[in-house]
Design a protein around this ligand. Structure first.
Ligand SMILES: Cc1cc2nc3c(=O)[nH]c(=O)nc-3n(C[C@H](O)[C@H](O)[C@H](O)COP(=O)(O)OP(=O)(O)OC[C@H]3O[C@@H](n4cnc5c(N)ncnc54)[C@H](O)[C@@H]3O)c2cc1C
Length: 494
């Protein structure tokens, strides 16, 4: 259809849209398109993707018996929206919870791997923070105090537990999730639950103790045990079991299974290698949005959902909503390089009994963390082999992203020698650098998202969704997709 086509549908703000464009075919875009097709069976949904394949950061490579996730290696099986999506896609029996050993996590500190304490009590006996720091942390219920202003992750931890703990654990806490800088990231945007715990109890330790007390008798009613309520997506029966709260992926092909299944389930067009280059208002003044994409005739839609990374969304919005574009341009990103390495088991001196380890900065190790993937998910390496997945780069080491693959591999191998004593050549290597890997929820993040949404209120039909706004993980993307689907299908106002 041409932009000037008189037959273009009208976009009464209260009417449900008949044509919707989704920009970006990452997990958010795919889940949005799938949700729209289910909630609005008469609507036409077209997905535009700049890259050559669907999935965005969610991509898994299988070669020589190894299975390596280049992006997410799972999701926590505690989000009803994700469990329901898995269920309606018929993937319940494919779920692969991480092995129980994955509960054990380590920090590389002062030249050795040290177990991360699993509870506040265990923390007091742990070696990850010097004794004086542990004693200061033990005083948290008496010293914490309350602050109403937004704080950085480091500032919040320091106020509650003292500087030694904030220095040792702050970086590790955020680098595993965002590859970010705890001095830059907003506690309120990234960990709103911690702020809520502080508000409710004054002290995090008191809040944790209260949580443990109330959780005990209610253990049986966790997400996976509960029948799902009927929803706009139409699922009425029980979500798949999974293992509530545990990191979970899929047998056979890792997170690629979710991407491929969503992609195959879509009825409408998914236009690959087709970047959207501009959004415009229809020249005839009619409602709706015109999408101009590479190699395509301009198309008019009633609604457009932008799921591309924030800077890409910003450049599309600049001519129509400059204030929204300014706000989105203020969201920084961390670059991350992911390297999967396969070794013969006998060449790895460590038992690898656990999830893997994180490395606080200042330890002489460049990598941010190493995941023991073949322990987490048995079957990801051939028999007698192990697969490690190393994450490096992040906000505090952006230079790593500009290294050539060979130089980056040298840096990773040096780190594996130091931390795990591995001197052998890997028999398998896969590496991927993501320059815009993970959005950073820096101080002021919530204000930026509000400013963007306020500016878009004056631009009916344009919606934002994705991991740059209300949560950086897979579960957040699925929740974002649900939010937009509910809004467009009239299940919620807006
Ligand atoms: C290394 C790494 C490890 C991670 N590990 C985990 C994990 O273990 N657990 C977890 O929950 N989360 C993890 N995450 C986060 C998770 O991967 C993301 O939240 C999620 O994949 C983001 O999906 P998205 O669709 O919002 O964005 P993206 O995947 O970034 O998709 C955006 C898409 O938009 C496309 N696009 C951009 N511009 C245009 C344009 N102009 N026109 C058309 N298309 C465009 C892009 O090509 C891309 O495909 C990880 C992320 C990374 C990078």
């Amino acid at each position: 259809m041409d932009a000037s086509d008189d037959a273009a549908p009208s976009a009464d703000r209260r009417a449900t849209p008949r044509r919707v464009a989704v920009v970006g075919a990452g997990l958010t875009g795919l889940a949005t398109a799938y949700g729209l097709e289910r909630a609005l069976p008469d609507a036409e949904v077209v997905v535009y993707e700049a890259g050559p394949r669907p999935g965005g950061k969610a991509r898994t490579v299988q070669r020589d018996g190894y299975t390596v996730d280049w992006g997410p290696n799972g999701f926590l099986a505690n989000a009803p929206e994700t469990l329901e999506l898995v269920h309606v896609l018929g993937l319940g029996s494919e779920l692969q919870p991480a092995s129980a050993a994955a509960r054990r996590r380590y920090l590389y500190l002062d030249g050795a791997l040290r177990p991360l304490p699993a509870s506040p009590g265990a923390f007091l006996a742990s070696e990850v923070v010097p004794l004086a720091g542990r004693l200061r942390a033990a005083l948290e219920p008496f010293l914490a105090g309350r602050v109403d202003a937004e704080e950085t992750v480091h500032g919040f931890l320091e106020r509650h537990f003292g500087r030694p703990l904030a220095d040792a654990l702050g970086g590790a806490l955020v680098s595993g999730i965002t590859a970010g800088d705890p001095h830059e990231l907003s506690l309120d945007a990234l960990f709103p639950r911690l702020r809520a715990m502080e508000r409710g109890h004054g002290s995090l330790v008191r809040a944790l103790i209260a949580q443990q007390r109330t959780a005990r008798p209610r253990r049986r009613s966790r997400v996976g045990d509960r029948p799902a309520a009927p929803t706009a997506h139409g699922a009425q029966d029980r979500p798949p079991d999974g293992t509530p709260g545990r990191l979970t992926s899929f047998h056979g092909g890792g997170m690629q299974v979710l991407v491929d299944t969503l992609y195959a389930a879509l009825k409408g067009d998914v236009l690959l290698r087709t970047p959207v280059e501009a959004l415009e208002r229809p020249a005839d003044g009619a409602p709706g949005v015109v999408v101009r994409a590479a190699g395509q005739q301009p198309q008019r839609f009633d609604a457009v959902v932008l799921t591309a990374e924030a800077p890409a969304a910003a450049s599309l919005l600049r001519p129509l909503a400059p204030a929204a574009a300014d706000a989105l341009d203020g969201i920084p990103y961390a670059g991350v390089r992911v390297t999967g390495l396969g070794f013969d088991r006998v060449d790895v001196p460590h038992a690898l009994h656990g999830f893997g380890f994180l490395v606080p900065r200042g330890q002489g190790v460049r990598s941010l963390g190493v995941l023991w993937t073949s322990t987490l998910y048995p079957g990801r390496a051939p028999a007698g082999k192990v697969l490690l997945r190393v994450l490096a780069g992040g906000r505090l080491d952006p230079e790593l992203l500009s290294l050539a693959d060979d130089d980056a591999l040298d840096a990773v191998r040096r780190d594996l020698r130091l931390t795990l004593g591995i001197v052998a050549e890997p028999e398998f290597v896969e590496t991927k650098a993501w320059p815009r890997a993970i959005p950073q929820y820096a101080l002021g993040h919530a204000g930026r998202v509000d400013a963007a949404e306020r500016a878009l209120a004056a631009l009916p039909g344009v919606h934002l969704a994705g991991n740059a706004y209300r949560g950086v993980g897979v579960n957040d993307c699925v929740r974002e997709a649900r939010r937009v689907v509910d809004r467009l299908s009239g299940a919620t106002a807006g």
